[in-house]
Design a protein around this ligand. Structure first.
Ligand SMILES: [Ca+2]
Ligand SMILES: [Ca+2]
Length: 153
C-alpha cells in the first residue's frame, strides 16, 4: 500500500480535492465514498469500497470527515504522521501560541461546517485536557485525533 503522494497534501489541498469531488451539485456538502475511492485509485491507493466504508464509517462524507480520515487512517510513517498532526494542529491553533483553546475549536469547527455550541467545545477540550490547563496542546491533540469518536456526550 502506498499513501506516499497523498501524504504530501496539506489541508488546503484537501479542501480543493473535496470541492472537486463535491461536483454533483446537490449542494449538501457531502460526497459519496465511491468518489473518494476513485480518487484514491487514481493516486495508486487501492482500497475496496467496503473497506473504505468501514474505515470512514459512512457512505457520504464531509470535508471534515475527509481531513480526519486523511490524518487518522491513511498509512504514513511516524514522521509523516507527526507532520500531518502538526499541520492539522496549526489549522486549529489560530493564534499560533501552541495551544488550542475552546474558542479556537469553536471557530474552526464552525468553519468546517460542524456547528457545536461553546459548551460542547469546552466539553471536547475537557475530555482530552490531560494537564487541566483548559487547552489542548499537541500531545493532547494527538490523542484527540487517534481516539476521536463522533458521539457527543
Ligand atoms: Ca491558540
Ligand atoms: Ca492541556
Amino acid at each position: 500500500m502506498s499513501g506516499k503522494s497523498l501524504s504530501l497534501l496539506q489541508s488546503s489541498d484537501l479542501e480543493k480535492i473535496f470541492a472537486s469531488l463535491d461536483s454533483d451539485g446537490d449542494g449538501d456538502g457531502l460526497v459519496c465514498i465511491g468518489k473518494l475511492r476513485m480518487l484514491l485509485e487514481r493516486v495508486g491507493f487501492h482500497v475496496d469500497l467496503d473497506e473504505l466504508e468501514n474505515l470512514m464509517g459512512l457512505k457520504k462524507f464531509s470535508l471534515q470527515d475527509l481531513i480526519l480520515f486523511y490524518i487518522s487512517v491513511l498509512p504514513h510513517t511516524v514522521e509523516e504522521v507527526d507532520q500531518d498532526l502538526l499541520d492539522a494542529f496549526k489549522v486549529f491553533d489560530l493564534n499560533g501560541d501552541g495551544f488550542i483553546s475552546s474558542e479556537e475549536l469553536d471557530i474552526v469547527l464552525s468553519k468546517l461546517g460542524e456547528l457545536r455550541s461553546p459548551e460542547d467545545c469546552k466539553k471536547m477540550i475537557l475530555k482530552f485536557d490531560k494537564n487541566f490547563d483548559g487547552m489542548i496542546d499537541l500531545e493532547e491533540f494527538k490523542d484527540m485525533m487517534m481516539l476521536r469518536t463522533d458521539e457527543t456526550p
